[in-house]
Write a protein that binds this ligand. Structure first.
Ligand code: AP5
Ligand code: MG
Length: 207
């Protein structure tokens, strides 16, 4: 099976596409952001960094990633969502795992990203992601999950102000990574907007 990387600005749909692809191909979804947020003992300085929209130190991220990639379940393939986020991480990844097959870049206009970030609501129990501003992605009841009836919550970094910082960080630090994978001829750019059309395009690329 294949090992994939999803690179895209905040709110572009990395998590959404990763979940759909994992279901179809039985892959493991490795979201560094989700891994960080799920740590109940996450120290205050890391929480502050996430809240401000800046990157966490590379050594902490490598530790987290190596632990995850050491588990047996990745043997059928995995999707890296939110890694690598700078050139140092991209170069470091080559020393951890050699067989990255495909890198997908989701290109989405900034104005559209703002809308997605401001409307995003996430189930506190099962993690399903909705969007209150996008009809197709709205839950049936405002703040209750359709799947497990638990409460829907906002992320602490999903404000317009923090989005601006996250977007800036993306442009300065993450965008150069695209060139790195372009040179390796692994990069595929998708500039569609509809969730299902993007998914179908990724499926086509994987074939
Ligand atoms: P992370 O959690 O990775 O956040 P992000 O990169 O900002 O991306 P998001 O999760 O916000 O967006 P997404 O692309 O997953 O979109 P989603 O599918 O949810 O990182 C958070 C923080 O952790 C970082 O700021 C940093 O501090 C730290 N961190 C993480 N990785 C790190 C690393 N490698 N190094 C250092 N620090 C790191 O979709 C968004 C919304 O849009 C949802 O409401 C969804 O329903 C909706 N939507 C999805 N697709 C569509 C569509 N096609 N059309 C309309 N709406 C859509
Ligand atoms: Mg995400």
């Amino acid at each position: 099976m294949k090992n994939l990387i999803l690179i895209a600005p905040p709110g572009a749909g990395k998590g959404t596409q990763a979940k759909m692809l994992c279901k179809k191909y039985n892959l493991v979804h490795i979201s560094i952001g989700d891994l960080l947020r799920s740590q109940t003992d996450l120290n205050e300085s890391l929480k502050e960094k996430i809240k401000k929209g800046v990157l966490i130190d590379d050594n902490i991220i490598f530790e987290l990633l190596k632990n995850r990639l050491n588990k047996d379940d990745i043997k059928n393939g995995f999707i890296l969502d939110g890694f690598p986020r700078n050139l140092n991480q991209a170069i470091g990844l080559e020393n951890i795992i050699k067989n990255i097959d495909v890198v997908i870049y989701l290109e989405v206009p900034k104005k559209e990203l703002e809308n997605r970030i401001i409307g995003r609501i996430i189930c506190s129990n099962c993690g399903h992601v909705y969007n209150s501003l996008i009809e197709k992605l709205r839950p049936t009841n405002n703040d209750i999950c359709d799947i497990c009836n638990s409460k829907l919550e906002k992320r602490i970094d999903d404000t317009l102000e923090v989005f601006e910082k996250r977007y800036d960080t993306y442009i300065k630090e993450t965008q150069p990574v695209l060139e790195f994978y372009k040179k390796q001829e692994k990069l595929y750019t998708i500039n569609l907007l509809d969730k299902d059309e993007i998914f179908n395009e990724i499926v086509r690329i994987l074939k």
